[in-house]
Unconditional design. Structure first.
Length: 106
């Protein structure tokens, strides 16, 4: 193979818990579910909007750690979008014509 290695596409899944989550994802998800459970147990759920507000922390944390294709999860996509729009963008041209200088003396 002349020093070329073939790495399988799922090689980083072994570094994740259950093949999907890192430690911060599980802490966020368990915290959201715990808050929802506490709200459901101790808040009187007489009206629909109160019930929805009680389970909202669990729903939001579940959506944030939901895996999506080509990214780790929705939280990493939101962080990437935020960093893209808030950081200064500076692109330096390093194309083939920069290093390929040809003298045209015709």
């Amino acid at each position: 193979m002349n020093g070329m290695y073939l790495i399988p596409a799922n090689s980083k899944k072994s570094m994740l818990i259950f093949g999907l989550f890192n430690m911060f994802d599980l802490i966020l998800f368990c915290t959201g579910l715990g808050l929802s459970l506490i709200f459901v147990m101790f808040v009187p759920l007489n009206e629909t909007w109160i019930a929805v507000a009680a389970i909202l922390p669990g729903l939001i944390s579940g959506l944030l750690v939901m895996p999506i294709p080509y990214h780790h999860n929705i939280l990493t996509v939101i962080i990437s979008i935020y960093e893209f729009y808030t950081n200064r963008q500076k692109f330096i041209w390093r194309g083939w014509c920069l290093t390929h200088e040809q003298n045209s003396t015709k």
